[in-house]
Design a protein. Structure first.
Length: 474
């Protein structure tokens, strides 16, 4: 009999591989391994239980089980796709169920390591990255915190995926942004916030590892091309799970070359309009005085009625409205979610919640300005992510100072009936500071020393935000 029959699938045909993979649905990795524990490897040895340690959280093992126990090929680091005759790459990735019942990807999807020395000589269409990523067999398994061993996670979905045309344009543009930064000798400054769907994520066993780059003597952290967590969540909910509703897309045809230029230009068409005029134009009830009125108007300009745009969901783009006063200053600093004191002191900067948020998030600033009569007008929009130097110098210093204050014991002093603390202030740091974000004095978290204290969060300084706004929008 031919090898296709022995395997149970035709390794030259993507659809045959997919159909066979769907037999995994509902099974745990332990079941897959035990069902095939005596399967013969290509080298003639058998794959036994001893090959997979009973480790709690060794993600690599689950992919190896699928490769060797189910598809019956040896795990390798071949530059070609996992099923070279079919051009299919296998990826095993977790998803989770959120408290509100929705599903999301648990993490980004690692695609290929970035070889700084060779990627600068590759074109997107013929690149190692695209060769390994244009057709992926996605095996999604359900991550549950209470499951003790990775072998007991269950597989929920198995489906072929190739980025659709509208996504591919953005992915290609992201790829070019990453490669151009390496060509400019700035591989050490790469950030996931630079791009939309395709990221350049750090990938090494320790944060001290560095690699050579071709056009600079500064060593860079090892990085991999990844589909971002936000993009993988969208893929799961809209391409993998059947019958799910999609969000509204901003771009409704394929003629747009640059998504970001399209968004900025679209909003820019209404520069100079007052908020009142925009409300009338887009049939928004101004009398309700919605807190998010500025953002709502930006979405309406972009043709989005739900305040949830498909491309923003995929790319983890956060829309922030900024209001410049008639005195050319910004009154409000920019707040972020509160942090738990006891959790913060357990973190390291390189993998900190706040640091990662700023590294991975791209912002759309929609700027409004008050005129001399205190009437608010739209100025326009810009995309922004925090510059590498500002993050790794100023924000890092502020973050480390906050952790130090908590570890040494927060000092609280009452002056004129008002509590003052020694968290970093806006006057001490060009970029960021810490201050309260509690509803009232009783809205607290526990400090490491056991005291209760009003919730705090990190803020970007209003003066810093003004620095980052394009001159044309001021």
């Amino acid at each position: 009999m031919g090898i296709e029959i022995e395997l149970g699938y035709d390794k030259t045909k993507p659809k045959s591989i997919e159909a066979y993979a769907q037999k995994l649905i509902g099974r745990s990795f332990r079941q897959v391994m035990e069902d095939d524990s005596n399967a013969i490897r290509e080298d003639g040895t058998t794959y036994g239980k001893s090959d997979v340690a009973e480790t709690k959280r060794n993600k690599g093992n689950v992919g190896q089980i699928i490769e060797e126990c189910f598809f019956h090929y040896s795990c390798n680091s071949d530059a070609r796709a996992d099923f070279p005759e079919a051009g299919v790459e296998l990826k095993v990735t977790p998803y989770k169920e959120n408290k509100n019942g929705t599903l999301s990807a648990k993490e980004r999807l690692i695609l290929t390591m970035i070889d700084y020395m060779t990627v600068v000589n590759e074109d997107f269409e013929t690149s190692h990255f695209w060769n390994k990523s244009k057709l992926i067999l996605l095996i999604y398994y359900l991550y549950k915190q209470e499951v003790k061993f990775n072998l007991d996670y269950r597989i929920g979905y198995a489906k072929l995926f190739t980025p659709p045309e509208q996504d591919l344009k953005i992915i290609k543009h992201d790829y070019e942004i990453i490669v151009e930064k390496i060509r400019a000798g700035k591989a050490h400054e790469l950030s996931e916030g630079d791009t939309l769907y395709l990221g350049a994520a750090t990938k090494s066993s320790t944060s001290e590892v560095r690699r050579k780059q071709p056009y600079s003597d500064i060593p860079a952290k090892p990085r991999a091309f990844t589909f971002k967590n936000s993009y993988m969540t969208y893929v799961l909910n809209n391409y993998i799970i059947p019958g799910k509703d999609t969000y509204e897309p901003i771009v409704k045809d394929d003629s747009v070359e640059s998504f970001e230029d399209y968004v900025v230009n679209k909003i820019g068409e209404y520069a100079g309009y007052s908020v009142d005029e925009l409300c009338e134009k887009f049939d928004v009830d101004i009398t309700k005085k919605a807190k998010n009125l500025g953002a709502m108007l930006a979405y309406r300009i972009l043709g989005i009625k739900s305040n949830q745009a498909e491309e923003f969901e995929k790319a983890n783009i956060v829309l922030k409205t900024i209001r410049i006063g008639s005195n050319n200053k910004i009154k409000e600093s920019m707040s972020f979610p509160t942090f738990k004191f006891k959790e913060l002191v357990q973190e390291e900067w390189d993998d900190s919640t706040f640091g990662n948020y700023l590294r991975e998030t791209r912002f759309l600033f929609v700027v409004y300005k008050f005129d001399e009569n205190e009437k608010l007008h739209l100025k326009g929009a810009q995309f922004w992510n925090i510059p590498y130097e500002d993050l790794e110098n100023d924000v890092r210093q502020m973050w480390e100072r906050t952790v130090q204050v908590l570890k040494e014991g927060l000092k609280v002093e009452k002056i004129n009936g008002i509590n003052h603390n020694n968290f970093p202030k806006a006057t001490e740091n060009r970029v960021s500071h810490v201050r309260p974000h509690a509803q009232n004095a009783k809205d607290t978290y526990e400090l490491p020393d056991g005291r209760e204290y009003p919730k705090q969060c990190f803020w970007l300084n209003n003066t810093y935000i003004l620095e980052q706004i394009d001159q044309r929008l001021k």
